[in-house]
Design a protein around this ligand. Structure first.
Ligand code: SAH
Length: 245
């Protein structure tokens, strides 16, 4: 494989990626390459679509309003997505943007908003979540875009939970056991992580979680972390215990 060109920008496309394909870009992507990055005809761009790996493309046409990419060669084969779900009480605006991006960078393969009693965000903008997930994947050489799920109430998530997947509940009220020691005792198998809202889980939610057979509670240490910080800490611990960090 030719040396990876870290300088070239990466774009997520929906199109099929095959040798010699020419792909006209959507206006926002064309604007990004041409006006923000000031790229023109002949410049390289890396593209991926979550199915066909990552390709080096060249700006073949750089018209006033139209940019066309010509695919040159495949840089990396497609790799299967991971299998780590991230469940979270949606936060507001910029904090949610940040949390979604960090979850993607940390390898989450599915993002599931969970509505809890103290969740601040009323509705969740899934298009905005997807745009943030794509931006994180583009910036971090990730080849897959996570599934973005519709919001569900906590009770609904738990009553439908498939116990083949262990739900790691970040419990701000948990005893201070070493979280890695707890994670390392788990059977091998698919995992999910749950982080609550800025106001935390209420007592009825904590007891519902703690008595659920598919749930394992962990502490994230003696300090109360903000939810978006907890997301990174929890996913880092889980990935470390999986050996994927
Ligand atoms: N009630 C507190 C906690 C909210 S923190 C408050 O109002 O500040 C938001 C979420 O991050 C929690 O629901 C929990 O999922 C996670 N979290 C934060 N600190 C944690 C810790 N020390 N241990 C486990 N989870 C934690």
């Amino acid at each position: 494989m030719t040396n990876y060109d870290f300088a070239a920008p990466r774009l997520f496309l929906d199109d099929d990626l095959t040798t010699g394909a020419t792909i006209p870009l959507e206006p926002d992507q064309s604007n990004y390459l041409r006006n923000v990055l000031r790229l023109g005809a002949g410049d390289d761009v890396l593209v991926f679509n979550g199915r066909d790996g990552e390709w080096r493309a060249e700006i073949a046409e750089a018209g006033k309003k139209k940019t066309v990419l010509a695919l040159r060669d495949r840089m990396r084969g497609q790799t299967p997505p991971g299998d780590l779900w991230y469940l979270f009480a949606p936060l507001k605006h910029a904090r949610l943007d940040y949390m979604v991006q960090k979850a993607v960078e940390m390898g989450a393969s599915r993002l599931q908003p969970v509505m809890t009693r103290r969740t601040q965000a009323g509705r969740v903008n899934l298009d905005r979540m997807r745009a943030n997930a794509i931006e994180a994947a583009e910036q971090c050489r990730i080849l897959n875009i996570p599934e973005i799920e519709e919001p569900q109430k906590l009770e609904q998530v738990l009553s439908n939970w498939n116990e083949d997947r262990r739900l790691i509940f970040c419990d701000e009220g948990a005893d201070m056991d070493n979280p890695l020691a707890v994670l390392n005792t788990l059977q091998k198998g698919p995992l999910a992580v749950l982080v609550g809202p800025e106001g935390g889980f209420d007592e009825s939610e904590r007891s519902l979680l703690l008595k659920h057979p598919g749930v394992t509670a962990i502490s994230l240490g003696p300090r109360i972390l903000r939810a978006d910080t907890a997301a990174v800490a929890a996913l880092a611990l889980v990935q470390a215990s999986l050996g994927d960090l």
